[in-house]
Design a binder for this molecule. Structure first.
Ligand SMILES: [Zn+2]
Length: 290
């Protein structure tokens, strides 16, 4: 069975350096307790208890499950349930959502600028324009998204957007098409968005193409916050500090679940945010274009 899933992506951070100094607040031992695996997998462990634990402790719990299940026969349903519960315990603040809303408004305003008309015109005529123009529009949308969201928040980082052949992945009996992925390196700061649109679906579906673009660009923004946190650029008074610390801890401990495990994958805070924001932005573009 061929299953198409919107804006699936794989997030990976390369060349992790676990020896780097940690931010002051994360060195507090009270925020970094260790729990035995059986306690982490116990379904009586309540989400409210998890919310009271530090980011480091929760990321270590996730890492423990991810590492243990490669060698131990943990029933996959129990591991998935524990992972999902821990990911659900990462809360995103109202301030962060307010900030996203303001930036989204600025992005939509920028689309109406005549210098950026390539995006709306391309969206409107998606099936009539060449793949070259489509890719130019995607790159321009990524650039505007990145520049606006990072402005006044942290330093812009080097990034690239690549286009590749569509990727098909087998999970059990199902096949799914992967539309995009993001790779970031928190040491060098480099980020790479890959959009699988050399052939196939995205060349014919503007909403899906831009949904993927802005999903992956949301990961690029998360990567900016993570790197800024790593480099000490997010002060304790920074309004996005809590989320920057969260993205940084996830990157630092390399606690990602692949989209092969759909439910757990969708519960990861960076994926929840990327799905929401990618969807909202692509709908906003559509509302202006059509
Ligand atoms: Zn994603």
């Amino acid at each position: 069975m061929l299953k198409q899933i919107c804006a699936l992506c794989i997030k990976a951070t390369l060349d992790m350096n676990f020896g780097k100094k940690m931010a002051q607040t994360l060195q507090n031992p009270a925020l970094s307790q260790t729990y035995p695996l059986e306690d982490i997998l116990d379904d009586r462990l309540e989400i409210e208890k998890l919310k009271s634990l530090g980011l480091t402790t929760r990321c270590k719990m996730i890492r423990k499950i991810l590492s243990a299940r490669t060698t131990n026969p943990i029933p996959s349903a129990i591991a998935a349930s524990a992972l999902t519960k821990i990911f659900n315990s990462f809360e995103i603040s109202e301030e962060f959502y307010d900030w996203q809303r303001e930036k989204r408004h600025l992005f939509v305003t920028a689309l109406m600028d005549k210098n950026n008309r390539l995006i709306l015109e391309s969206y409107r005529n998606w099936n009539k324009i060449s793949p070259t123009i489509q890719k130019q529009a995607i790159k321009k949308a990524t650039r505007i998204h990145r520049d606006i969201y990072v402005d006044g928040v942290c330093q812009p980082l080097p990034y690239s957007v690549n286009f590749e052949e569509r990727a098909i992945r087998r999970t059990g009996l199902n096949l799914s098409i992967v539309f995009g992925r993001f790779n970031g390196n928190i040491e060098t700061g480099e980020g790479t968005i890959t959009q699988y649109m050399e052939h196939g679906h995205l060349l014919h579906n503007a909403r899906e193409a831009f949904d993927t673009t802005h999903h992956e660009t949301t990961h690029l923004i998360q990567h900016h916050l993570s790197v800024a946190f790593q480099r000490g650029g997010i002060k304790s008074s920074h309004p996005l500090r809590r989320e920057a610390a969260c993205f940084h801890e996830i990157d630092r401990h390399h606690v990602y679940v692949s989209s092969k495990e759909t439910v757990t994958y969708l519960s990861q805070p960076h994926e929840v945010l990327a799905h929401q924001e990618g969807h909202k932005i692509s709908l906003a573009i559509e509302a202006l274009a059509l």
